[in-house]
Design a protein around this ligand. Structure first.
Ligand SMILES: [Zn+2]
Length: 328
């Protein structure tokens, strides 16, 4: 891109000219939604679907609620639970859009679409559409390419911690950005220093002990990669054959929809060394099916991902997520 600001301006123009709801009242999945709009949407779902509930698992550094939508059909039946979070990195707008696509797809499909119905009869699904609402709002208002949260770093003029470097699996704090609050990869002053990562840690730990947490997914963009532990080491996890089997099924399901090709493997080997990742932490607490997805695009559009591709991305991503979960 020779003029990124013009692309940002065009995106803003497109987003503000589109309605946020369809004529039937459902959310418009083919656009990006502001934080307030996402909060409204969750409340709308709550009114329509008795088996869906909304809970705040904590507050951000700036006082926003950390919302999680829980889809639990016949919640008195004990069944495995799947966790999916989007938007841990603020500028990756296709993440929250893909979580919203999934909420719309699952809620509308239950009782109508046999595949969705079967899936939700077997699994509880807990979706956090925006892990980092402070950063997300900042990316809408001030800096479209902001990545971190918006916590104030004491004794420094630079703001924010990279929340996906803040999870502490025993290898927190390595790599680039450590000790530099101005870095995009600043992991924070300590592991789990941030309220946003503390909230997801505590909530999913609770799920693990009470609700059989079968899988943990965290959605990013962009690179077309399906990644698992480790990020901190090039060694394979002991369960690598099984973890990669499920990843391959997910990747194949994605490809079957629109021919989008993903690579899969460990974060370290397929992407680059990364410390303090949520998948490494989640793996280390015993959830072997902990996956990080880097969605569509390999740099043609980057974070300024066109609206016309939001729905196709949602379709293929949820095909992959559900196929993988069903293979566990
Ligand atoms: Zn990311």
């Amino acid at each position: 891109m020779t003029d990124i600001q013009s692309v940002i301006d065009a995106e803003r123009q497109a987003v503000t000219s589109l309605p946020t709801r369809r004529p039937d009242g459902r959310i418009e999945t083919g656009t990006y939604h502001q934080w307030k709009d996402i909060e409204d949407y969750l409340q709308e779902l709550l009114v329509v679907y008795p088996w869906l509930s909304i809970t705040s698992i904590g507050q951000t550094a700036r006082g926003r609620q950390l919302w999680v939508a829980k889809i639990e059909i016949n919640s008195y039946c004990s069944k495995p639970t799947v966790w999916i979070d989007c938007g841990i990195h603020a500028r990756e707008w296709i993440g929250p859009a893909t979580c919203i696509y999934g909420l719309d797809y699952l809620t509308n499909g239950y009782g109508c679409d046999p595949y969705v119905t079967n899936f939700l009869n077997k699994y509880n699904v807990h979706i956090m559409p925006v892990h980092n609402p402070d950063g997300y709002c900042y990316s809408w208002r001030y800096d479209r390419l902001w990545r971190k949260n918006r916590n104030r770093n004491p004794n420094d003029t630079c703001y924010g911690v990279d929340l996906n470097r803040n999870y502490d699996d025993g290898h927190w704090g390595g790599g680039r950005g450590a000790g530099d609050p101005c870095s995009n990869n600043y992991p924070g002053p300590t592991g789990f220093s941030e309220v946003e990562t503390q909230a997801v840690r505590d909530y999913t730990n609770e799920l693990q002990s009470t609700r059989n947490l079968a899988a943990f997914f965290t959605i990013h963009s962009y690179a077309q990669q399906w990644l698992y532990a480790y990020g901190w080491s090039g060694e394979s996890v002991p369960e690598e054959p099984e973890v990669s089997r499920v990843a391959q099924i997910g990747v194949n399901a994605i490809e079957s929809v629109y021919n989008t090709r993903y690579r899969y493997g460990s974060f370290y080997n397929v992407a680059y060394p990364g410390f303090g990742l949520s998948i490494d932490w989640s793996y280390s607490r015993g959830v072997i099916y902990s996956y990080l997805l880097e969605l569509r695009d390999k740099g043609e559009y980057g974070f300024l991902f066109p609206l016309t591709q939001i729905v196709p991305t949602g379709e293929e991503t949820w095909a992959g997520l559900m196929a993988a979960v069903m293979a566990i």
